[in-house]
Structures are given as structure tokens and as C-alpha cells.
Design a protein around this ligand. Structure first.
Ligand code: C2E
Ligand code: MG
Ligand code: MG
Length: 573
């Protein structure tokens, strides 16, 4: 303390020793102590000087406290402090902002109370610099509320804001729109260009989303590739629609990720409060349902929630739940449809089709449940089971003298294609069932190349080396069929069944099918016509060199027992 008497060099008395000890204690306190009156500093310890940005405590004597502390805050504090009744222990605490001598700002925890100095009342304030602590707290709050990758509000802040907006909307009778946005093909970017590119894509996406909304709107990241937008204060009008459309436009623009171009799109679900629902949980569910619809309608689309979507979502969830047990409860069965050699009419093989015999809903077609199975991650299990069942069955039928070269084909869904390469169950299945690889055909579609082409090619080549046959299913329906055909190592092409009804009437379909047949001949691939329902169609295909055919003209798909009855048959040609 500056005003304490200096230690005499000699003649130490008990009193001076006590003062000396006292000075030692005060000077070594980490907290600052200021004695002041009417805003003027009377005494200060070394720590107080350091907190205020001074080297020397002495230079503070006579300085004004208002030159350091935010004057208004300091005045407010002093106003709350009573006039001095007498010495008491009451302390008034406040966090005050301070500008130090070196112009740096600090946040100071203060406690102020009355004392006596040289017989008169004076104020004594202790100071503790809590700037670092505050910054740490702020950082923690930021981390708890904001997504570190994009800087957008995270799920917890999003829920908080949505809650607040809903309360406000109710009070002011305004409308709030909630959007869920899911990036299509994000996984593809992550898998093929790497995680750093995936992160960069998310960062750029967040910027593009922010560019589509007003300052008062909220864009948040829920996690993964899921974003959400809150549009409060929506007047009746097409604002939400405009934002949704703008988001789609922004997302299909190419992204440049560390020098590589990537193309994605978005699926957007929109719900409006109070039109669709008023409570938070229902709105979240609605937005999700609408987004799901946008996805299933082919992606790169936005959909507003409608009540019929709700019924559909419930139905889907119920089906999903049942599908989890379908396999273990023996509800999946494989049906077989004869594949006929068109030149001779001989039954040479069968395509296997999956059926779900649901205990209450009856037989469910694969069109409904294969995609569900993909979504809930059950497709690999189901496909492995189907291949296993079909192979075991084909092996058994091949024991019959009239069917020794019988083959079976299995449809492979695209998601499954990618997984096959990792778990590669096929060699094991072939070994276990005893079926030679050449008697197994896998039917793939050209979509297999749309995900990760290199990986897909590697897997297909492995299967070919194993001796398994690959047929390209649904040929002619995709956009790049002809170019894909040259690249894919398939040995057979199935003309999609949608072309067949027209081949004898519609010149375009007829020309297209003939083109496919001559192309296949040039590339030395087998051609299989499917969905043949009339003799004219069969004749047309046979006369133009189509090797095999299948369809209701010959037989519908039937269960194994019924198929056994037609095994080895010759169909009249
Ligand atoms: P796809 O492989 O192109 O199968 C042909 C579909 O046409 C089958 O329908 C079949 O029952 C039907 N069909 C057969 N002959 C005729 C005909 O003469 N006329 C008409 N109009 N239709 C005929 P299904 O069984 O409903 O299968 C639909 C699609 O589901 C299949 O198309 C295939 O992509 C997929 N799928 C079927 N079984 C499986 C499976 O075990 N696994 C996977 N991943 N997908 C499967
Ligand atoms: Mg097929
Ligand atoms: Mg097909």
C-alpha cells in the first residue's frame, strides 16, 4: 500500500513489525484492493495496479475510477450502496467492465463496502480479473449451442429458437414455417472424395442456405447432412415456397471442393404453424414426413406437409417395424418365374422374386418393401438370404435329369451392390449350397454406377472372375444405357418389360428393341425379353435373335412347390 509508513531500517518495534507483516500480506494478494472516495483513488495495492494496467500502485493515487470503469455501470453500482451508517461488513458485488490503461478491456468481479480511512468513511473495493473465465464460459456456451463445423446453431439452440418462435407466433397470431433439408448424395461425396471434402461441402452448403433467407430467419444444422430453417413472421403468401425453391436452386449449383467438382441436390420438407400443427413435436414430425415425401418423389424437390402424408408415414413406420421380423418369422418367400429359350421353348432357368407374406396384409410386392429394407439397413441380410435360398433351390432342381443345366437369377438392389463388395457372401453361399457359379445370375441395374463407379466395377469384376453371370436388368429405362453397356462387364441384357407391349404396334419401340438386339449381338451379349404376354411378342423377339424370354405368356412367378411341377417343361413355340 502506497500510504503505509515505510519500514525503518533499524529500531524495529512490535508495531512496525505488525505493519510490515500487514503490508506483506496485502501486497501479495492476487486480488486488487482500492480505497476510494467520490470516485478518487486514495490507496491501491500492487494487484489493483496490475488489473488496471499500471506498473506502479503509487501512480494510481488521485486518479479517477471513472476513467477505468464504464462510468454508467459504476455510477449505478454506487447508487445502490447505502450511505455509511457505520463500519459494517456489508459488501456490494458487481461484475464491471473496465478499460485498462493499455486500452485492453477486462471484466472485473468487484465487491465494495464502507470502511474508515484516517477517521473518515471511505469505500473499499476488491477487484478480481475474470476476463479469461468469462471467455471460457462464452466459448462453452458457444460450443453447446453452435455447430463447430459450420458455425450454425446446433440442434439444441434450434429447438430453443423454434420453441420461442412458436410462443411468439401464438401471442401475435402470426405464422411460422419450418423446413427440413436433407442433402441427396452427400454420402457419395463423403465416400468418394473423402471426409475433408464432405466437411467442406457442409460448410459451403451452410453459406448457400444462409443466402436464401432473411436475417431474422434461422438456419441450423441438426447433424450429418440434415439442415433446418425456421421462417418466423410469415405473412400469408408464398415466402416459404420462394425460399424452398431458392434452396433447391442453390444446392444444384456445382460445388468446388478442394479443386474437385461435386454435384448434389436437396430434398426439402415444409410445414407451417398453426396451419398444420401448433406443437413442436408434431411440427418436427410433419417437416420430416414432408421431406421424406420430397425424397421419395425423386429428390431435388420440396414438398409442403399435407395430412395424407401423415397416414402414409404411420403406415410406413408400421411396415418398417414388421419388416424387422419378417425374415426371422419366415414371412419372406421366393417365387420363381420360368426363363424360356425362345428358339426351342425349353425352360432353361428361373428368375427369383421376393414376396413378403404378411400375416395381416397378405402378399406384399417387392416394389413396396425393398426400398424400406434399404432404408432400415436390412437389405444385405435379406439379399443374402434370397441368394442362399435361390441357390439351394436351384442346386436341388439341377439333380433332376431334365434340368441338369438349370440356372437361377436373383435381383440385386443397388444399395446392396455396394455392400456385397465388403462382405462378399457369395463364394461362401455357393460353396455351402453346392451350386456351380455359372448357374447363378445376378441381375443388376445401371444405377450401380451412379454411386461409386470404381468400387462397383471392382466388385463386378470380382464376381465375373468367380464365374458368376451378370445381367443388366431394366435395360432401356435409364438415360445412359448405351454408354453404360459398353463399360459394364455383363453377359446378358434384359429388355425392360415396358417396351414389350408396344413392340408390334409402336414403331419407335420396335426400332429401339431391334437396336438393342443388334447392339447386343455386336457386343456378344445374351438378350432376354421380359414381360412377354402374347405369342406375337414372343415371335417378334425370337425372329430378331432374342435368346430368352419370360412373362405371363409362359408362366407367372409361382412358389417353389408350384414351380417344381413345370420344371423341365417345353413351352409350345
Ligand atoms: P424386375 O426384376 O424387372 O422384375 C420383373 C417384374 O415384372 C416382376 O414383378 C415380375 O413379377 C413382373 N412380371 C413378370 N412377368 C410379367 C409379365 O408378363 N407382365 C407383367 N406386367 N409383369 C410381369 P415383381 O415381382 O413385383 O418385382 C418388381 C421388381 O422388384 C423387380 O423388377 C425387381 O427389380 C424387384 N425385385 C423383385 N424381387 C427382388 C429381390 O429378391 N431382391 C431385390 N433386390 N429386388 C427384387
Ligand atoms: Mg429382374
Ligand atoms: Mg426388369
Amino acid at each position: 500500500m502506497t500510504d503505509l509508513p515505510a519500514t525503518p531500517a533499524s529500531g524495529i518495534t512490535d508495531e512496525t513489525l505488525a505493519l510490515d507483516d500487514f503490508r506483506l500480506l496485502v501486497e501479495n494478494l492476487p486480488d486488487g484492493i482500492l480505497l476510494h472516495l467520490n470516485g478518487t483513488i486514495l490507496l491501491a495495492n500492487r494487484a489493483a495496479a496490475a488489473i488496471l494496467g499500471h506498473d506502479q500502485a503509487e501512480t494510481l493515487i488521485g486518479a479517477s475510477l471513472l476513467s477505468f470503469f464504464n462510468p454508467d455501470a459504476w455510477k449505478r453500482l454506487l447508487q445502490t450502496i447505502d450511505v455509511p451508517p457505520a463500519m459494517n461488513l456489508r459488501r456490494w458485488t458487481a461484475e464491471l467492465e473496465l478499460t485498462r490503461c493499455d486500452d485492453r478491456n477486462a471484466i472485473i468481479d468487484t465487491a465494495t463496502g464502507w470502511t474508515y480511512y484516517r477517521g473518515s468513511p471511505a469505500l473499499i473495493t476488491t477487484l478480481r480479473d475474470i476476463t479469461q473465465l468469462k471467455r471460457g464460459e462464452e466459448e462453452m456456451r458457444r460450443q453447446a449451442n453452435y455447430d463447430t463445423l459450420t458455425g450454425l446453431p446446433n440442434r439444441s439452440l434450434f429447438l430453443d429458437r423454434l420453441n420461442r418462435e412458436l410462443i411468439r407466433a401464438k401471442r401475435s397470431s402470426s405464422r411460422v414455417a419450418l423446413m427440413f433439408i436433407d442433402l441427396d448424395r452427400f454420402k457419395w461425396v463423403n465416400d468418394t472424395l473423402g471426409h475433408a471434402a464432405g466437411d467442406e461441402l457442409l460448410r459451403q452448403t451452410s453459406k448457400r442456405l444462409l443466402s436464401c433467407v432473411r436475417k431474422s430467419d434461422t438456419v441450423a444444422r441438426l447433424g450429418g447432412d440434415e439442415f433446418t430453417v425456421i421462417l418466423p413472421d410469415m405473412a400469408h403468401g408464398p415466402y416459404a415456397e420462394r425460399v424452398a425453391a431458392e434452396i433447391l436452386t442453390q444446392l444444384v449449383r456445382p460445388f468446388v471442393l478442394f479443386g474437385q467438382e461435386a454435384f448434389i441436390s436437396g430434398s426439402v420438407g415444409v410445414t407451417v404453424c398453426p396451419d398444420d400443427a401448433e406443437d413442436l413435436d408434431s411440427l418436427l414430425k410433419n417437416a420430416d414426413t414432408a421431406m421424406y415425401r420430397a425424397k421419395s418423389d425423386g429428390r431435388n424437390a420440396y414438398r409442403f406437409y399435407t395430412p395424407d402424408m401423415h397416414a402414409e408415414a404411420e403406415e410406413r413406420m408400421a411396415l418398417e417395424k414388421d419388416l424387422h421380423y419378417a425374415l426371422e418369422r419366415g414371412q419372406l418367400v421366393v417365387h420363381y418365374q420360368p426363363i424360356v429359350e425362345l428358339a426351342s421353348g425349353r425352360l432353361v432357368g428361373a428368375e427369383s422374386f421376393l414376396r413378403w407374406e404378411h400375416p395381416t396384409r397378405g402378399s406384399i410386392a417387392p416394389g413396396t418393401f425393398i426400398r424400406l429394407a434399404e432404408e432400415i439397413g436390412m437389405i444385405s441380410q435379406i439379399t443374402a438370404w434370397t441368394i442362399q435360398t435361390a441357390c439351394a433351390q436351384a442346386h436341388q432342381w439341377r439333380q433332376r435329369p431334365d434340368s441338369a443345366d438349370f440356372f437361377v437369377s436373383v435381383n440385386i438392389s443397388c444399395t446392396r451392390c455396394r455392400e456385397l463388395s465388403t462382405d462378399d457372401r457369395i463364394p461362401e453361399i455357393l460353396r455351402a449350397t453346392g451350386l456351380p457359379p455359372t448357374a447363378l445370375i445376378l441381375e443388376i441395374t445401371e444405377n450401380i454406377l451412379s454411386e461409386d463407379e470404381e468400387k462397383a466395377m471392382a466388385m463386378l469384376n470380382r464376381l465375373i472372375r468367380l464365374g458368376v453371370n451378370l445381367w443388366l436388368d431394366d435395360f432401356g429405362t435409364g438415360y445412359s444405357s448405351l454408354s453404360v453397356l459398353k463399360r459394364l462387364p455383363v453377359n446378358g441384357i434384359k429388355i425392360d418389360r415396358t417396351f414389350i407391349p408396344d413392340i408390334t404396334q409402336n414403331p419407335e419401340a420396335s426400332v429401339l428393341v431391334q437396336a438393342i438386339l443388334s447392339l447386343a449381338q455386336a457386343l456378344n451379349r445374351k438378350v432376354i425379353g421380359e414381360g412377354i404376354e402374347s405369342k406375337i411378342q414372343a415371335d417378334f423377339l425370337r425372329s430378331r435373335g432374342c435368346h430368352m424370354g419370360q412373362g405371363y405368356l409362359f408362366h407367372k412367378p409361382v412358389d417353389a412347390a408350384a414351380f417344381e411341377a413345370i420344371l423341365g417343361r417345353n413351352f409350345p413355340i
